[in-house]
Design a protein around this ligand. Sequence first.
Ligand SMILES: [Zn+2]
Length: 333
Amino acid sequence: MQEKLSKLENDIRASLEHARDPASLEAVRIKYLGRKGEINRLFKDLTQCSAEERKAFGEAINRLKNDVSKGLEARLEAFGAESRSDVDLLLPGTRPKVGHLHPLTKVFGQIITFFKSHGFTVETGPEIEYDWYNFGALNMAKDHPARDMFSSFFIKNDLLLRSHTSPVQIRTMEKQKPPIKIICPGRCYRYDAFDASHSPVFHQVEALYVDKGVSFGELKWILSEFVKYIFGPKTKYQLRPSFFPFTEPSGEMAVSCMVCGGSGCSVCGNSGWLEMLGCGMVHPNVLKNVKISPRDYSGYALGMGVERVAMVKYVIDDIRTFYNNDVRFLEQF
Ligand SMILES: [Zn+2]
């Protein structure tokens, strides 16, 4: 019995010394002082001793029990003092990491907000389209060479993944009488190789305004407001003639380079300008195709790649960075 007692005493002392934190102290307490702990087991052993021994060892065990309790308390207090001195309650807390919007989602939101604030409503449509909506109704007959510009993914003869969001314009003009003032944001598909400036899946926002007497001047005005809103009030823009089968006349808008401000640098190829979007007055044939009389009505349309806007705005030279999910890139926005 005496042997057991001294061995236990040594064990406890060692355990107390080794405990490095309050949790390990609690483990020590349970191991020795717990209801099924080693000290209680010793009390049970007493039943096998003689009456004299029982008295002596009983006292010894009780003493040990008290010593352990005191030892635990002292160690716990020491930890408390240490941890109290470590914590400066006046320091600001650690800010938890909160996620944020993807740069493309942000730019998408800004474009949509701009047009909504100018009275446009949002229209959406299917991503798998009929040839008619993607091409035919947009003044591109089956043999029209401009179809090549759209590198489309055909599913069947007459069915394809839409290569622009213009089919939504057609669908809206079919079911709605002018005035029509809509934007069509959405995903588009083209079989371009995945390189620094092309992605087989990309995003577009197109705007369409059809009413009596809509003029090119109104198109120019909305573009100038758009440039100021998205790229800042100091950004200049330039309209150049272009060609699209579905608009006449057609234009292309460029904005002054975000890096050099128009004086020329490597980002803009020393031209000072970055191409931004295509636009024009809706072609009379397109209006006829949706049974709107081009004698009574006119309209403008414009369309942009959301990736392109984000690349110009944030000076990003590789479209793939938007899809790589590299947190170091995404955290900058
Ligand atoms: Zn430049």
